[in-house]
Design a protein around this ligand. Structure first.
Ligand code: MLT
Length: 254
C-alpha cells in the first residue's frame, strides 16, 4: 500500500501559442455554495467520503458510483442487479445498506462496484462533475498521487471542499491547504488562506480533529476513522470521474 510517488514543489507553467508563459493557478472553494470553475477539479471530503473512495479503489473495487440521495443509490442497485450499497447519514450506515462509510470497511474488495451515498461528499462530486473538464477525488490517503495527476494536466485547479451541510469544514480546508502547498504555481487569496490554515497545525491528525466532522465521528463511536484518514500518501490511487450513470457520478482509478 505504500505510495511511491514523489511530489516536487516546482511551479507549473503553460506556454501559449504566442510564447507567453503563465503559471497555473490554484483556487480553493471552501463551501459548496461557491460556484468555482476550473479545467481540473479536486473534491475533498476527507472525513470520510473521498478517503473511502480512494481506499475502495486501492482495495480492489473497480468503480464507485456516487449518488447524492439514498433512494438514487437503492434504485441504481436495483437497475444494475449488482454492487454493494454503501454510505451514511449522521455518520451511521444507512439501514439496509451493505457497508457504512468507514474506509477500513473497504480495505479488501468483496465485489466490483460500490454504490455510495453520503451526506456531503458524493453530492460535491456530482456537482463538480458538471463544472470541470476533469475531476479527481482527493484525500490525505492519496495526496501525492492526486497532486501529481493535477500537475500533469497543466491547467488551472479548483479544490472543492465538501464542507458539512453547506458550512465551512476545518478538515477539508486543512487538506486543501496541503494540496495548495504541493501544487505551487499561482494562488488565489482563498488558496493562500488554506495554505496558512494547514500550516497552523502540527500534524494532519490535529488538523482533522479540529473539525466538526471529527466531533461527529467521535460522537458516533467512529474515532478510529480519524487516524485512518489522517495518513498521508498511503495509496497510489487517483480516483477520477469518468462519466454519469444516470444521476450518479462514476469514479474509477485513473
Ligand atoms: C459526508 O459525505 O458528509 C461524509 O463522508 C460524512 C461521513 O462520512 O460521516
Amino acid at each position: 500500500m505504500a505510495c511511491v510517488c514523489s511530489v516536487e514543489a516546482i511551479p507549473r507553467f503553460i506556454v501559449s501559442a504566442g510564447g507567453n508563459v503563465s503559471a497555473v493557478r490554484t483556487h480553493v472553494a471552501f463551501t459548496p455554495a461557491e460556484a468555482a470553475e476550473a479545467p481540473t477539479g479536486i473534491v475533498i471530503d476527507v472525513l470520510r467520503a473521498t478517503s473511502t473512495i480512494a481506499q475502495a479503489l486501492a482495495g480492489g473495487y473497480r468503480r464507485v458510483l456516487c449518488c447524492g440521495e439514498v433512494e438514487e443509490a437503492r434504485a441504481l442497485r436495483e437497475e444494475l442487479g449488482d454492487g454493494l450499497l454503501a454510505g451514511e447519514r449522521l455518520c451511521v450506515r444507512i439501514p439496509g445498506f451493505d457497508l457504512g462509510n468507514s474506509p477500513s470497511e473497504f480495505a479488501v474488495a468483496t465485489g466490483e462496484t460500490v454504490i455510495l451515498s453520503t451526506t456531503n461528499g458524493t453530492r460535491a462530486l456530482v456537482t463538480a462533475a458538471a463544472r470541470c473538464e476533469r475531476v479527481f477525488a482527493g484525500s490525505l490517503l492519496n495526496l501525492a498521487a492526486v497532486v501529481e495527476a493535477a500537475r500533469e494536466e497543466g491547467e488551472d485547479v479548483a479544490v472543492f471542499c465538501a464542507g458539512v451541510k453547506g458550512e465551512f469544514a476545518m478538515d477539508d480546508a486543512y487538506v486543501a491547504g496541503r494540496i495548495v502547498e504541493l501544487l505551487a504555481g499561482e494562488r488565489s487569496d482563498a488558496a493562500h488562506a488554506a495554505l496558512r490554515l494547514s500550516r497552523s497545525f502540527d500534524s494532519a491528525e490535529e488538523g482533522l480533529r479540529a473539525s466538526q466532522s471529527a466531533r461527529n465521528l467521535l460522537n458516533a463511536g467512529l474515532e478510529a476513522d480519524i487516524a485512518w484518514c489522517a495518513r498521508e500518501s498511503e495509496v497510489d490511487i487517483v480516483p477520477r470521474f469518468v462519466g454519469m450513470h444516470g444521476s450518479a457520478a462514476e469514479i474509477t482509478a485513473a
